[in-house]
Design a protein around this ligand. Structure first.
Ligand code: SAH
Length: 402
């Protein structure tokens, strides 16, 4: 039992009763102190228990003072949030990854905790060989880091040598200004070179994007390999060149990688060098829209479009749809008959039917007949919480241009 009892307004309990882990600030009637019943405002990151207006227990979660998501529920059971709680939950995440077999002789890069998908909203843990990289997206999770560290050491044992905490970018600004990223554990040299399907990648969590690598595209990169032998491949928004490495390893004749960030292109070049092949590779530090407009893209047999989230919020959904439409139309217009487009959206606010419709519009505008070869999503180490539609964020379509 925690000291704060948050009571929801009348009729506001439907969402937590359906196991949706977010409580919006507008749903809260008041918060009382358990000990003396006084009305209080909890502090950023405090643990609160959530009750309906009829005094039914609903869940326990982390409180945010200024966010529209005021509480992120971390359990729907009436239980203490102590070390035992964290041990159980991290062990559960480890057991699940064992079940799906994500860690094996060829792959030691995987997501161990996927926020709401593991009913730990606000917490991301990615593993690269002997190193776990933690990103806390809520102050509550940040405050639990010592518990999480202990639980990780218990569950992963000797295979875990380093833990890097990288929450400065993901916590609310007022809070983040007083913290620094850094190692919580460093018992050996961290695994900066890690493996995915036997490909070696240089992972840069200290200064790279997110936790250092876009693990969520693993299975889609693997699929691209199947269509790359003897082909010319264009990989746009390439970041550290994941798709390019798979294409070259699979025997692509030529791969062009494009990203607006010079740092990303530097990582791409390093990763290409780590995985020697006979195919030709060229890097372009350029805006993808400019690249597509300036170059003759009919030379490519396979094109990848994997832009960053155009819509981080529902309010900008319309603009995002226009962005995806323009991007896909520009590429499709130039693509030759028989070529293949891998196109993605990682925007939470754009669901598959909307993405599908957007790509359909792009094909119509480009005047191209296409057929859908694959409908893609995120891999099993990024599980989707069925009660929380937002955790299904990655959508992809593989199209053949007729
Ligand atoms: N496909 C990558 C992940 C892409 S993340 C992988 O498999 O690892 C999105 C990337 O798009 C980032 O590296 C970012 O630098 C880049 N980016 C953002 N806007 C861009 C633009 N307009 N043109 C080119 N690259 C862009």
């Amino acid at each position: 039992m925690t000291d704060f009892k948050t009571i929801l307004g009348s009729g506001k309990d439907a969402s937590p009763k359906r196991f949706h882990p977010w409580v919006f600030s507008g749903a809260i009637k008041k918060t009382r102190q358990h000990s003396d019943g006084r009305e209080v405002e909890p502090q950023e990151g405090d643990i609160v228990t959530v009750y309906s207006n009829k005094d039914e227990y609903l869940g326990t979660g982390h409180y945010s003072t200024h966010a529209s998501i005021a509480i992120r529920i971390i359990t729907f059971e009436e239980e203490a949030i102590d070390q035992n709680f964290w041990n159980k939950r991290i062990q559960n995440a480890v057991d699940y990854r064992k079940k799906i077999g994500v860690l094996n002789a060829e792959t030691n890069i995987y997501r161990l905790v996927h926020a709401e998908g593991d009913l730990l909203p606000g917490l991301i843990i990615d593993v690269y060989g002997n190193t776990a990289v933690i990103q806390a997206h809520s102050v509550g999770m940040y405050k639990a880091l010592e518990n999480i560290k202990t639980a990780l050491q218990l569950s992963l044992g000797d295979s875990l040598k380093c833990i890097f905490q990288k929450s400065k970018e993901t916590l609310p600004k007022e809070y983040a200004q007083n913290i620094e990223n850094g190692y919580l554990l460093k018992d050996a040299e961290p695994t900066h070179h890690a493996l995915e399907y036997g490909n070696t990648f240089n992972i840069s969590w200290e200064d790279g994007q997110k936790t250092g690598f876009f693990i969520d595209q693993r299975e889609n990169r693997f699929l691209l390999g199947k269509y790359s032998k003897g082909k010319n491949v264009l990989n746009t928004f390439c970041y550290s060149g994941g798709f390019s490495v798979y294409a070259l390893k699979a025997g692509a004749t030529l791969v062009h990688s494009v990203d607006a960030s010079a740092r990303a292109m530097d990582l791409t070049d390093k990763n290409i060098a780590l995985n020697p092949t006979s195919g030709e590779h060229k890097s372009f530090t350029e805006d993808t829209f400019d690249f597509l407009e300036k170059n003759d893209c009919s030379i490519y047999d396979v094109v990848v479009l994997d832009p960053p989230a155009f819509a981080k919020h529902h309010s900008v959904k319309h603009n995002a749809v226009q962005g995806y439409k323009r991007l896909n139309m520009t590429a499709l217009k130039q693509m030759k008959s028989g070529s293949i487009l891998f196109t993605f959206s990682c925007s939470q606010a754009i669901d598959m039917p909307l993405f599908y419709g957007t790509i359909l519009s792009a094909a119509i505008l480009a005047g191209k007949k296409v057929r859908v070869m694959h409908q893609l999503s995120q891999p099993a180490d990024h599980p989707i919480n069925i009660f929380h539609q937002e955790s299904s964020y990655l959508k992809g379509l593989v199209l053949e241009v007729e």
